[in-house]
Ligand binder design. Structure first.
Ligand SMILES: [Zn+2]
Length: 192
């Protein structure tokens, strides 16, 4: 049984928060002939959300896939499939973060009806629009944060819908799939 527990990641996150990071001992040459990252992380491109720092990780520990709004596009899913099937990773974590600009843009576009300034920006926001609509319709206290949480769940659903490879590994107990959220102010990761 693979180690699917997220506890060691939370411990590493605590070291980051306490600025008690471990000394990095792995040299580039140590990994020149191969990699075996224990965790695949799909997260936002936001400069304040670097997984290697947040999880106090050594070179080669994390297979990181970043796109604004941490959506599960085909390229993102394909990248995760590669690591899941070939590199022995035992976890996939989709990690959103507080005050995400991409999610805010999707909420704004839904609320105002204004188009995004370019087709490429629209492509970033398009997979988030459904989560934005859901949060707007729920009309809770914080629509943006609700949309961010919903968007993490939507990415996980999309992976399960589109990736028989990952679903197969999950059924065999070889990989776990979970959602998380990073808080920009505290540095804390919470699993959703
Ligand atoms: Zn973001």
């Amino acid at each position: 049984m693979a180690n699917n527990s997220n506890e060691n990641l939370l411990g590493a996150n605590q070291r980051f928060i306490n600025t008690q990071t471990n000394t990095k001992n792995v040299k580039p040459a140590d990994l020149a002939n191969g990699q075996s990252p224990h965790t695949i992380i799909i997260t936002c491109a936001d400069s304040r959300v670097p997984p290697e720092l947040i999880f106090d990780a050594e070179l080669g520990e994390l297979f990181v896939i970043r796109v604004a709004g941490n959506t599960a596009t085909d390229e993102v899913i394909g990248s995760a499939e590669y690591a899941a099937a070939n590199l022995g990773s035992s976890r996939i974590i989709v990690m959103g973060h507080s005050a995400c600009g991409a999610v805010s843009a999707a909420v704004d576009a839904e609320q105002t009806g204004n188009p995004l300034p370019s087709p490429s920006l629209e492509a970033v926001v398009a997979p988030i629009r459904n989560s934005a609509k859901t949060a707007i319709n729920a009309d809770g206290e914080n629509i943006i944060e609700e949309a961010i949480n919903h968007n993490v769940g939507a990415a996980i659903e999309m992976i399960r819908e589109k990736s028989p490879i990952i679903v197969g590994l999950e059924k065999e107990g070889k990989i776990s799939l979970s959602g998380a959220k990073y808080d920009l102010a505290s540095g804390q990761v919470h699993f959703l």
